[in-house]
Design a protein around this ligand. Structure first.
Ligand code: UTP
Length: 405
């Protein structure tokens, strides 16, 4: 069957609406672009996203630090264990930097953002220097850094690291890899066009990391280097403790295959998900957008929020666990977004209100597959200050050539 026939059968023929008005080269480009979509799967993916209800929270229990670990209670054992892993070169850091940072509104990847310190350092620089500091504390060993990018962030991120000599890291210590993309849909489940000859696509969410790790040979690379454990974190937390010895040491001491850092959620409306344990004892994160008001507002006798283990996208995984979960098909969550597309006349439009959906996989949806899950509570003041919005968009520090803009 030709691509056109397959698309017609799948009820997505609108992607060829402007086909006849295109040049031969554009027609070929569009056909190849559409042909690379999972055409026969589109309907199922869209429907699955519409019906996904999140983890079954009936009978869910809160998982709070009093039942797991609190960083400030470390007597030095966890910290020492973490440094031991580093000194044996068994720890890798995986940085999630594939997001488009639409709320921040800058034209470059978030990691290049100057957060306003007197030093003018970018997030990437601060984080690379923290990684080096942990190496120095361990005295020996290398921490491999894997940077996950996406179509929109790859070239600029890689060029920024190179232009800045990898911020003092060795070039061979840093490896970039891409997450995948998924097509954007209208609210009716029709694939949108970015222009007359290109499908509108977006990164497949931070949960796209698992397929990325597999498809780009990262798991194999880790195994070949003798890496056993990883610290994953999001680029936009300006206080992140990269390769935090206390956290990785805590998880390794408990022999956990999957671990999560949390901060105490203090107001019901804060935009962080919470860690829960379902009736079968399986751990999940319920994302804030999927948390019922009743659960969000529930309080214990001492007036603290009952569901207060706030998820800050800061995780520990063993390589063995990653290998197990990287082939799983994770659920698709719906994000209603303003997606630039073409109108019926083929003119480009930039919508002012959400006009469609992006499908996103969430990184924490693998928690349910952990054999042993560990949760460490840390102080928000010390470790969590996410950069999401800005009312002004200064230039990135040490900006690379404008040609990349
Ligand atoms: P957010 O969900 O806050 O998205 O990402 P974002 O792209 O940074 O910002 P908005 O929503 O467009 O304004 C949290 C973290 O997850 C990463 C981001 O890079 C950030 O570190 N992320 C998000 C990815 O790596 N890939 C994605 O597809 C989405």
């Amino acid at each position: 069957m030709t691509v056109r026939e397959r698309v017609q059968k799948a009820g997505q023929e609108q992607v060829f609406k402007f086909f006849d008005s295109l040049s031969k080269a554009e027609q070929d480009k569009l056909e190849a672009d559409v042909g690379s979509l999972p055409i026969e799967d589109l309907e199922r993916m869209f429907k699955a996203s519409q019906t996904y209800e999140g983890p079954d929270v009936a009978g869910c229990k809160a998982v709070n630090a009093d039942r797991t670990g609190v960083a400030s209670k470390d007597d030095g054992t966890w910290f020492k264990k973490g440094l031991e892993l580093v000194s044996e070169s068994k720890l890798a850091v995986v940085l999630l930097a594939g997001g488009q940072g639409t709320r921040l509104g800058v034209s470059y990847p978030k990691g290049m953002y100057n957060i306003g310190l007197p030093s003018g350092k970018s997030l990437f620089q601060i984080q690379a220097e923290r990684l080096k500091r942990v190496e120095a504390l361990a005295g020996k060993g290398t921490i491999q850094l894997y940077v996950m990018t996406s179509g929109p962030t790859r070239a600029k991120t890689e060029a920024f690291f190179k232009a800045n000599n990898f911020f003092g890291l060795k070039a061979c210590q840093v490896r970039f890899f891409n997450q995948g993309t998924l097509p954007c849909f209208s609210f009716e489940g029709k694939v949108l066009l970015q222009n007359k000859s290109t499908v509108a696509r977006a990164p497949d969410g931070n949960g796209g990391i698992y397929l990325g790790l597999k498809n780009e040979g990262i798991i194999e690379d880790m195994k070949a280097k003798g890496i056993t454990s990883c610290h994953f974190y999001c680029v936009d937390n300006s206080l992140v403790k990269v390769a935090d010895p206390t956290f990785v040491g805590f998880c390794a001491t408990l022999d956990a295959d999957c671990g999560n850092k949390s901060v105490v959620k203090t107001i019901p409306t804060e935009s962080v998900g919470v860690v829960v344990q379902d009736a079968q004892g399986v751990h999940h994160v319920v994302e804030y957008s999927e948390l019922s008001t009743e659960m969000a507002e529930k309080r214990d006798e001492d007036k603290q929020l009952t569901f207060r283990a706030g998820n800050i996208c800061n995780h520990y995984f063993t390589v063995e666990f990653l290998e197990k979960v990287c082939s799983l098909e994770l659920p698709y969550h719906v994000a209603k977004k303003k997606i630039p597309t073409v109108n019926d006349d083929g003119e480009l439009i930039k919508p002012e209100t959400p006009n469609g959906i992006k499908l996103e996989k969430f990184i924490f949806d693998v928690f349910a597959f952990a054999k042993k899950f560990a949760l460490l509570e840390v102080d928000r003041e010390d470790e969590f200050s996410p950069l999401k919005n800005s009312d002004k968009a200064p230039r990135a520090q040490n900006m690379i050539q404008d040609t990349l803009e």
